[in-house]
Design a protein around this ligand. Structure first.
Ligand SMILES: Cc1cc2nc3c(=O)[nH]c(=O)nc-3n(C[C@H](O)[C@H](O)[C@H](O)COP(=O)(O)O)c2cc1C
Length: 401
């Protein structure tokens, strides 16, 4: 029988790829606490369906940084996709275009920026790991010249985070999955420390150098493209992104792959939404497996979501067609759950349909509640925008940075 949900894809994919590749894709860091919590917290948010509404005609389309897409589900940047299918990112890009959505291409992709741009007829984002001024400048220019629509800087991997199972498996990137953007750099003179990492994003490409907030204006000066920051998890960092005039934020814990023992990604979404207060678009990833998960993220303030591991599952099972099917399943599930919640378009979705678990009902950070209170006062016209902004920024400690 054809897979009918993403878990069917997961179990089929597991039986088709070598166990060490499977471990590399599916595991989380250390004890997998953040990885498991991504799912358990999404599952603990329940829905309050609404009826007696005419929901026969539904429209799931939206815009992301002005780009129209057919539904608010996008493809997260993920490295080395030829590990599970020879066409790798080319197949994924074609599936994204056929499905009407955006694909993020990783700095560590197997297929290069240019190859993917040539194969894709839909919108692409380029995900950037900062690799030093010279290399980053070149990557950003290549992406802009190839027609990518945004630069998505991943910030939640300041140093490599080796997964324990990869150490046990003596994991090495298989030659067919070497990063395509840097292949020309692999020579007999390539220093061995660039060729033997076991962490994602660290194979045979210059190591990631963490950027600082103060360097964001430099990054922005390289390109006319919008800048999206991926991996933000706190109100404080989100407010700083706004201060540095960032266009979008992906609230993400990297699918639980980098640092363990954090909150789940969905738990961090509300505080980021509060801190940003509409000044940048907010997207969400980590743990999306059902259309209802998408609805929950949108209800908490995300403009769209990304999926990571399910792309590998679709690719492993059936290449481009598999990725299209994964996206189609999520599209249909979102469509169904929207109808049951009384929505006919994604911009109607609000948090009134959510029943939050107690631990998400109130923020653990007292000033988040205070900012929400101020936002209410501003909405009622009781304080000015300037007053609201300056109090919000002082509560978030922005001026101290
Ligand atoms: C095998 C694998 C490779 C990844 N590579 C990258 C990467 O190169 N850059 C990046 O920003 N995120 C990377 N990610 C993280 C995804 O972009 C995304 O944040 C995460 O997979 C979302 O969680 P999910 O897998 O539960 O959907 C990777 C994820 C996986 C599973």
């Amino acid at each position: 029988m054809e897979p009918i949900n993403l878990y069917d894809f997961e179990s089929r994919a597991e039986s088709t790829v070598p166990h060490n590749v499977w471990d590399y894709i599916s595991r989380g860091s250390q004890d997998g606490i953040a990885l498991k919590r991504n799912r358990s917290m999404l599952e603990s948010i329940l829905l309050r369906p609404r009826f007696l509404r005419d929901v026969r005609k539904r429209n799931l389309s939206t815009t992301i940084l002005g780009e129209p897409i057919k539904f608010p589900i996008m493809i997260a940047p993920a490295s080395r996709q030829t590990m599970v299918h020879p066409d790798g990112e080319i197949a994924t890009a074609r599936a994204a275009a056929a499905s009407g959505t955006i694909m993020g291409l990783s700095t560590s992709s197997t297929k290069s920026i240019e190859e993917v741009a040539q194969a894709a007829s839909g919108p692409l984002w380029f995900q950037l790991f900062h690799c030093g001024k010279e290399e980053t400048t070149s990557l950003v220019r290549r992406a802009e010249d190839s027609g990518y629509k945004a630069i998505c800087l991943t910030v939640d991997t300041p140093i490599p985070s080796d997964k324990e199972m990869d150490i046990r498996n003596s994991w090495q990137t298989p030659p067919e999955a070497y990063p395509g953007n840097f292949l020309y750099k692999i020579t007999s003179k390539t220093p061995s420390n660039l060729d033997s990492g076991i962490s994602e994003g660290h194979h045979m490409r210059p190591p990631t150098i963490p950027l600082t907030f103060e360097q964001l204006p430099w990054l922005k000066s390289l390109t006319r493209l919008p800048i999206v920051i991926k991996g933000i998890r706190t109100a404080e960092d989100a407010a700083l992104c706004v201060k540095y005039d960032i266009d979008g934020i992906v609230v993400s814990n990297h699918g639980g792959r980098q640092i363990d023992c954090t909150l789940s990604s969905i738990e961090t979404l509300p505080e980021v939404v509060t801190a940003v207060d509409g000044k940048a678009e907010i997207y969400f990833d980590s743990g999306i497996r059902r259309g209802s998960d998408v609805l929950k993220a949108l209800a908490l303030g995300a403009k769209g979501v990304f999926i990571g591991r399910p792309i590998f599952w679709g690719l492993a099972v059936n290449g481009q067609a598999g990725v299209e099917k994964v996206l189609d399943i999520l599209y249909r599930e979102l469509d169904l759950v929207m109808a049951y919640c009384g929505f006919t378009s994604v911009d109607q979705i609000d948090d009134g349909i959510l029943h939050l678990p107690l631990e998400m009902e109130y923020s653990r950070i007292p000033y988040i509640e205070e900012i929400r209170g101020l936002a209410d006062l501003h909405a009622k016209g009781l304080i000015s925008r300037n007053e609201f902004d300056s109090k919000r920024e002082s509560l978030l400690g922005i001026e101290k940075q």
